[in-house]
Design a protein around this ligand. Sequence first.
Ligand code: ZN
Length: 567
Amino acid sequence: MRKPLRLTLLATSLLTIAAPSTAQFKDAVGNQPPVPADVIYVHGHVSTPAGWQEAIAVSGSTIVGTGSKADLAKHRTATTKVIDLEGRTVLPGLIDMHVHAVDAGLQANNCIFPQGAAMATAIATVKACAAKARPGAWIEGGQWDGSSLGKAKPTAKLLDAVAPANPVVLHDISLHSVWVNSAALKQAGITRDTPNPAGGVIERDAKGNPTGVLRETAAIALLNKVPAPSEEERIAALDRATHAMLAQGITAYEEALMASANAKIYAALADRGRLVQYVRTCMWDNDQDLIAQRQIYARPRLDLGCVKMILDGVPTDAHTAAMLEPYADADHALGPERQKGSLIIDAPSIIAKITRYDAVGLTVKLHAAGDASVRAALDGIAAARKANGGYGPHHEIAHANFIAPEDVARAAQLGATYEFSPYLWFPSPPVRDVVTTVGPKRMERFTPVRDAQDAGARVVMGSDWPVIPSMSPWVAIETLVTRQAPGGSAEVLSPSQRVSVADAVTMLTTNAARQLGIGHITGSIEPGKQADFIVIDRDIFAVAPTQIHQTRVLRTVVGGKDVYSAQ
Ligand SMILES: [Zn+2]
């Protein structure tokens, strides 16, 4: 006779679940007085998910209200500070999904001339740097390109004339070649008798003497002679980069390639209380020790939840991006593989690695420039979904300059993200080279931001600073809309891929926050989220798009605190 009893008990408990008493929850949902605000910002033009609003109330680090000044009066107490925004536009803090921040900070101390500089500018810049440098100290800088320098070829002699007492090394815009002076050649032990290293070229004059230009592995060998910065210099560099980004309105970012040495630097800056932004770092797949020890370096705003895999190179005359079809200017004497570029990691390893990282919840950021490597990345993500189920991280395909039309929508189906880079969506010196290598047909859909968005994929922006010279998100937003050079240009790059200002801002805010896994904390200005926002000097939705690149940030707020304010 036990069965009926059990059934009765079961029925009773089902009834309890179906009709719970709310009495026990009354305290939790009872009417609470409005939260007192520490600060109320008024008279603003504030972009919120509920449309344009006038005011924001902040308590501690949290937004507790948006609306009109009258709506928020209930949060005001005797101690609430009221800040008049004088009609200025307020946007959520911006998020850059591809930064090499320590390198960027180190380069800020370098000897820099603008990309596209002529010979006279480059030489004058080096002369000024040499005047300030300690005798014997290395001078590192750039970035030059042969066509902009003009008729005169870059030679060691030209640099010797202005910097006789310092070794000088200048990067080119592709970062595959260097131009050095005689002191640098001497320190590297390069003479007329030095043979070309495997995979590299020491350029020589008619007499066989090195000219001062070194390419590929020959350039790397020389760069290895430049003394590495100390840990303190690296911490200071990250600090510099942090504040340069805050001044542009960047309140969170993704460090796109990190090895153990820089993991220590991030943790050290966080421990000093100076890591202001939320940062997710992508640990280099080649550094398995770091991946195994990652939680040692994790801090409250420092997430080591991402791994970087580099699948190919660049679609310039180096022909290292992996393409489905041969390069337009491919040397037909070469085999088919060399004509199309090739994957750095073979396809079965890509699948195995992504599947393994996905299984432990690590987001994988895949450098994929060519359409063959984008396809390999998507295939890898598809395999991971099949093995681990559909609930893994949204893996990121970085750069994605060429995506086969049939592959564009796969990212949406697979839950993957396209991360595009500004300097590869408007006419810029690096792009000119690409036009020659792939031909006009493939350039029609170069860096296909619009196609990816229309296909329903998550799209984010990553500047790739300092591989490119500026991380200005304002240049990024303007050129997403115009696909012209900043300020407008006759030349338009792949105009079919233009998007609206609103779409561009979404890519740099809500999309990126969700991609970082912090969409519940930041990315929009609304109650419940962290007070991460910026006040700017113009309404980028109202001005001509060609003015957006000149936008100045007046105030940057992270977690309710002023972390940058313009003079
Ligand atoms: Zn990068």
